[in-house]
Design a protein around this ligand. Structure first.
Ligand code: ATP
Length: 255
């Protein structure tokens, strides 16, 4: 469980995050949504320790990150998996080498144990016959699967995904969303996803945090988001005619 309390972060006197308080639970896919510039990336970067807040706290399973010793910080880093926008694979390395990278970096496991683990996660993301391919030989969806395999190879407690669906067609995006959700449930990971994709919100939004101008303007589940009359959420999520229709259909069905 990640608990965020009264988080403030700014740059050069410009306040970006203005007192965010929320929680992210294990075994749930939590989504951060909001307009461009609302502070989603700054928030995600704060959660993974790339930004230091001026005020407020973030705790991971009860441990405050500001209290971490250097050794605890190292351990905590190993409990984090990241899926970056655009996958961020090493172009000159094979799929196997990409996925093995965190194991080589952080563990002293023998090569055959590492290979077993790599094969296990590659199988989990349905990429068992791609060990020796280079990223350029894979489709965008397959690259994303490799990035997910690499993110879970260390068996993380926390998984952070930055725009995991960017550049993917809607079908592939849904497959990736479902894969991330399955893995989250299966291994009880605390997963936080930064997204613009309203399909993801409707599909896997077990918790949704809506940011507006650096403030948490709303939070709830994908079911709540259909019913809410919060003006800012309605304006943002239902700006598209399609989603407006989906919402009307949902509300009619549940009358
Ligand atoms: N390192 C930085 N230095 C100064 N300002 C920054 C820095 N990082 C972000 N900002 C500012 O913080 C604000 C929020 O940016 P952020 O990238 O978090 O928005 P976002 O919601 O992720 O937007 P998008 O959806 O377009 O990615 C912006 O005004 C941005 O210019």
């Amino acid at each position: 469980m990640i608990e965020v309390k009264n988080l403030h972060k700014g740059f050069n006197d410009v306040q970006v995050l203005k007192g965010i308080t929320t929680t992210f639970e294990p075994g749930k896919t939590s989504l951060i949504i909001g307009q461009s510039g609302s502070g989603k990336t700054v928030f995600l970067k704060s959660l993974i320790g790339l930004h230091t807040p001026e005020e407020g706290t973030i705790s991971y399973d009860g441990k405050l990150n500001i209290d971490f010793t250097l050794e605890q910080k190292r351990e905590w880093r190993q409990e984090i998996g990241m899926v970056f926008q655009g996958s961020a694979l090493f172009d000159s390395q094979t799929v196997q080498e990409n996925v093995m990278f965190p194991l080589k970096m952080f563990t002293k496991q023998p090569e055959d144990e590492m290979l077993d683990r790599v094969n296990f996660v590659l199988q989990r993301v349905d990429l068992e016959n791609s060990n020796f391919k280079l990223p350029a030989e894979l489709s965008g969806g397959m690259q994303k699967r490799v990035a997910i395999a690499r993110a879970i190879v260390m068996n993380p407690k926390y998984l952070f995904c930055d725009e995991p669906n960017s550049g993917l067609d809607p079908n592939t995006a849904i497959l990736i969303d479902n894969l991330v959700q399955e893995i989250t449930h299966e291994y009880q990971i605390t997963t936080v996803i930064n997204t613009h994709d309203m399909n993801s919100v409707m599909e896997i939004g077990e918790k949704i945090v809506f940011l507006k101008d650096g403030v948490k303007a709303w939070e709830g589940t994908k079911d709540d988001i259909f019913k809410t009359d919060n003006e800012s959420v309605v304006k943002f999520v239902y700006s598209s005619k399609l989603f407006k229709k989906v919402r009307e259909a949902y509300l009619n069905e549940t009358k």
